[in-house]
Ligand binder design. Structure first.
Ligand SMILES: NC(=O)c1ccc[n+]([C@@H]2O[C@H](COP(=O)([O-])OP(=O)(O)OC[C@H]3O[C@@H](n4cnc5c(N)ncnc54)[C@H](OP(=O)(O)O)[C@@H]3O)[C@@H](O)[C@H]2O)c1
Length: 309
């Protein structure tokens, strides 16, 4: 990750990653978890690896058993993996979402402590976005303590950025960690440094994952400890609509353009697609929710977790 030549393929190089066929290096490949469909297997790569480094790896927040973790956007792309990792790793996620439907998604993953930020109506910034209101940070902190029995969080899983960063620094416990990998609402963060230095908190930056971290994150999925949070699939020709839907936040978790895998396999007449056609079972269609899970050669460990999405 520290190598100045390191680039994210398709994002920082190559003019995008959407194609029916692509040439990649061998060390860009991961084993496909056998119990997943191609669409499910294609969806976690970026966000699962990023959440793993940011939350679990010692290059990130290095979460441990018993930690309390505040997760912004807990039903979203990064957040839904962070929530599952917290639960699987013996930590307690405090999930922040913006609707009852998203709260239900977190409950379906097994989370119990949930804050609906819309219902709470937090206003961390004033109308013109020039000053923050520390009493709103305190209100969030009090809500967290109400849910946790009086405790502050050990880790804040940050990515909204400017909008929430002041609050995130405030609510982390003394000695706690704020791990950040993005600034969705704005890059210029503002926080009260007294809460950071006087309380020995740390801000840790994180970006994607190295190969080892990505491999370990993929292995969690392969073993069924973490499950892809795929909300919809799209055909390759509908990728513009997919981008628009992400832009308009009309989906709850990141919709992958896994249509690439679907169409390639359908056309190559793979044994699975031949079996599907023979049995009359449906292949993925545009806009259909992906709730079915291929359990072909799933191990008991892989079958433990219910499908999400
Ligand atoms: N550095 C990296 O390697 C890396 C990798 C992947 C993603 N990212 C970045 O990380 C960010 C999140 O990615 P994602 O895939 O998780 O996106 P996502 O699926 O859209 O989820 C983000 C969630 O964050 C919450 N959110 C958005 N704006 C907010 C605000 N102003 N205040 C509070 N919560 C807010 C929303 O949840 P609620 O409305 O439910 O609260 C939203 O669903 C993006 O900026 C993305 O580009 C960085």
């Amino acid at each position: 990750m520290m190598d100045p030549q390191q680039r994210i393929w398709g994002f920082e190089t190559n003019f995008g990653g959407l194609a029916e066929l692509a040439v990649v290096k061998a060390n860009q490949l991961m084993p496909k978890p056998t119990h997943l469909t191609w669409e499910e297997a294609a969806s976690p790569g970026l966000v699962n690896s990023t959440a793993y480094r940011q939350l679990i790896s010692r290059n990130g927040a290095h979460m441990k058993l018993g930690d309390r973790v505040l997760i912004w956007g807990a039903s979203g792309g990064l957040g839904s993996y962070a929530t599952q990792m917290a639960l699987a790793g013996g930590a307690t996620p405090v999930c922040v979402v913006s609707s009852p439907e998203k709260a239900d998604l977190c409950r379906a993953m097994g989370a119990e402590l949930i804050i609906d930020r819309s219902a709470e109506g937090y206003r961390f910034w004033n109308e013109d976005g020039t000053a923050q209101d520390p009493s709103e940070w305190q209100r969030l902190g009090k809500r967290i303590r109400d849910l946790t029995g009086g405790h502050d969080v050990d880790i804040v899983f940050e990515h909204p950025g400017r909008e929430t960063f002041g609050a995130s620094v405030y609510v982390a416990r003394k000695g706690g960690t704020i791990a950040t990998c993005a600034s969705t609402s704005g890059y210029l963060h503002e926080y009260d440094n007294r809460y950071l230095w006087m309380n020995l908190k740390r801000i840790v930056s994180s970006h994607f994952a190295n190969y080892r971290e990505a491999w370990e994150a993929n292995e969690l999925i392969d073993r069924g400890l973490i499950h892809p949070t795929l909300s919809r699939t799209y055909r390759l020709e509908d990728v513009g609509q997919a981008a628009l839907d992400v832009h308009g936040s009309r989906t709850s978790a990141r919709p992958p353009s896994t249509c690439t895998a679907t169409s390639t396999r359908a056309r190559s007449g793979s044994s699975r697609s031949r079996r599907r056609r023979a049995s009359g079972s449906p292949t993925r269609r545009s806009g259909r929710p992906s709730r079915r899970r291929s359990t072909g050669s799933a191990t008991p460990e892989q079958r433990r977790r219910p499908p999400l999405g």
